[in-house]
Ligand binder design. Structure first.
Ligand code: IMP
Ligand code: MG
Length: 178
């Protein structure tokens, strides 16, 4: 069982579910005047959070997904590669990017630039987890589920070598597994 690989649980199912209700209420309030709202999930890590969060939003929204990867090697800091692009137009629209975790900040920073360049009216970020101590670029998530220490975490979408995404909570692996 994959749960036997954990050293500890950091965020429980109940905490995630309760926080998604709060975030949903906050988004309902903040976007009450917005038209044509699009939630963009960043694959694959955001899938469980996206599913839980959008059920708690009562506004008229659409959803879409993108997949990105960071360039390896000599490319300048901040370049990302689009693996799967959006299927809908974002021209003049308000976007809410949904992420599993903001770590160095490079992913959301590059994505925000890219989406503004493609004509988005506004781009905000909601992330399940935030690791502010690891930031390499000056970018902030607008909505944060939970702040975590500088520790590698898995579960609820977050992986280690593509494993553990299906754990229903967030935890830390036993040292010998990293
Ligand atoms: P950033 O571009 O450095 O902010 O990284 C964001 C991406 O790195 C996330 O979407 C995750 O896929 C991955 N990541 C960063 N920290 C962790 C972690 O603790 N566990 C699992 N994935 C992580
Ligand atoms: Mg990710």
């Amino acid at each position: 069982m994959i749960k036997d690989d954990l050293k500890k649980i950091l965020v429980t199912e109940e905490q995630i579910s309760a926080r998604c209700i709060e975030l949903g209420k906050q988004l309902d309030h903040d976007y009450a005047g917005s038209h044509d709202l699009l939630f963009v999930g960043i694959l694959k890590g955001s899938v469980p959070f996206m599913a839980e969060l959008i059920k708690r939003v009562s506004l008229d929204i659409q959803i879409d997904f993108m997949a990105v990867s960071s360039y390896q090697g000599t490319e300048t800091l901040g370049d990302i590669k689009i693996i799967k692009d959006l299927e809908v137009s974002i021209q003049g629209r308000d976007l809410v990017l949904v992420e599993d975790i903001v770590d160095t900040g490079i992913t959301i920073n590059s994505l925000k630039t890219l989406l503004y360049n493609k004509g988005a009216h506004d781009v905000k970020v909601v992330t399940l987890l935030d690791k502010p101590s690891r930031r390499q670029v000056d970018v902030k998530a607008d909505y944060v589920g939970f702040e975590v220490e500088n520790e590698f975490v898995v579960g609820f979408g977050l992986d280690y070598n593509q494993k553990y995404r299906n754990l229903p909570y967030i935890g830390v692996l036993k040292e010998e597994l990293y």
